[in-house]
Design a protein around this ligand. Structure first.
Ligand code: SF4
Ligand code: ZN
Length: 256
């Protein structure tokens, strides 16, 4: 199996997986979305809430804020040696704000220097004489339990293989029909500018017929797009997913 990284930054990753198969491709996607742990707020203690939102609604909003997570220092709370929560298994936040104002995720003050909420997310608008004071605790979890612990949105497609036949008359109909504009007639020849951009819609085949152009998905090669919610870097999500998959395979082998 081979991996080619097409692009990578702190929020998104695009890569090609070669010599795979559909079950492996889907297993990897599922592990990335639902088995890589990330921090999310789990407990909220309200000291004051005179905003227009009920405690439950505000607690739900707090739970959905992405939090920068350092997996090298954190354990799951129920697997930690402590019995009541410690800096190795939870991160605590405080929030205190008076209206008139908009409360943002940045207003949550973290006990950790590195693990903080992503800034700029509005939570509630406070009017005159309204105020909020609360304590919140974030713990590690996975999206198997709740979607607030989903570290990324991940999609993949079969690698598009586009074949242009000798019988293509260069009429240009498929060029017009292609929504991704990746087909061009150059020097009296129909060419594909970037087949990775093809979405396998087959509008070109409908326009010019199978005898002129065919598009098929290669079920051994996959193009992945990983978009992180911001808690973990996409490359870390992908590499941890591979470790988790390998761990599962090893466990199965040892049980056998
Ligand atoms: S399948 Fe769709 S996106 Fe791909 S080349 Fe044909 S028209 Fe363009
Ligand atoms: Zn602990």
């Amino acid at each position: 199996m081979e991996i080619d990284v097409l692009s990578s930054d702190d929020r998104s990753l695009r890569f090609i997986l070669k010599d795979g198969n559909p079950s492996l491709a889907n297993a990897l996607r599922r592990v990335m979305t639902s088995e890589v742990p990330v921090l999310a707020i789990e407990d909220v203690e309200f000291i004051e809430n005179s905003s227009s939102l009920y405690d439950e609604v505000l607690a739900h909003r707090l739970g959905l804020i992405p939090i920068k997570t350092d997996l090298s220092v954190l354990n799951f709370r129920d697997e930690c040696k402590c019995e009541s929560g410690c800096p190795s298994c939870q991160v605590e936040f405080t929030l205190k704000k008076k209206g008139p104002a908009i409360v943002y995720s940045d207003d949550l003050k973290s006990t950790s220097k590195t693990m903080k909420p992503l800034p700029g997310i509005p939570l509630v608008k406070l009017g005159k004489k309204q105020a909020i004071e609360l304590k919140a605790t974030a713990v590690l979890g996975t999206a198997k339990e709740h979607a607030k612990w989903q570290p990324a949105v991940v999609g993949y497609k079969y690698y598009p293989r586009i074949t242009i036949s000798e019988r293509c008359t260069r009429c240009g109909d498929c060029v017009e029909a292609c929504p991704r504009k990746i087909l061009v007639v150059k020097k009296d020849k129909l060419t594909v500018t970037d087949e990775k951009e093809c979405i396998l819609c087959r509008a070109c085949m409908d326009a010019c017929g199978e005898e002129a152009i065919t598009v098929e998905g290669d079920d051994k090669t996959f193009i992945y797009e990983v978009e992180s919610t911001g808690g973990l870097e996409p490359i870390e999500i992908a590499t941890r997913s591979c470790d988790i998959l390998m761990g599962k395979a090893q466990e199965l082998a040892s049980r056998l």
